[in-house]
Design a protein. Structure first.
Length: 102
């Protein structure tokens, strides 16, 4: 079986990993970790999830994470026109949650 010419990885640690931590992770630490992932060369990253804090307390700061200056520069400012390879995953779903990124 031949290998594909291209493989795209999607990092899910900030979304999937953070949600299982028992103690709250400060928003600025989450953003710093995401910034490190970007600096390491990752281009598809699921940065957060928009769920009710009652069910997933670690995602209570989802809006703050996605609207952080670091991620706004990175490409989250255009959530309806996701640019392949440059937009944090999660941003395209923000329109239904009343989050204005413009």
């Amino acid at each position: 079986m031949p290998y594909p010419a291209f493989v795209e990885l999607c990092e899910v640690g900030p979304r999937d990993g953070f949600q299982f931590e028992e103690k709250p992770i400060p928003t600025d630490l989450k953003v710093a970790i995401i910034e490190g992932l970007v600096a390491a060369g990752l281009r598809r990253i699921q940065v957060t999830s928009f769920v009710h804090p009652k069910w997933v307390p670690q995602m209570a700061d989802a809006e703050e994470v996605v609207t952080s200056p670091v991620l706004m520069v990175w490409g989250a400012a255009e959530p309806t026109r996701a640019k392949k390879g440059s937009t944090p995953q999660g941003a395209p779903f923000m329109m239904g949650f009343g989050v204005d990124l413009t």
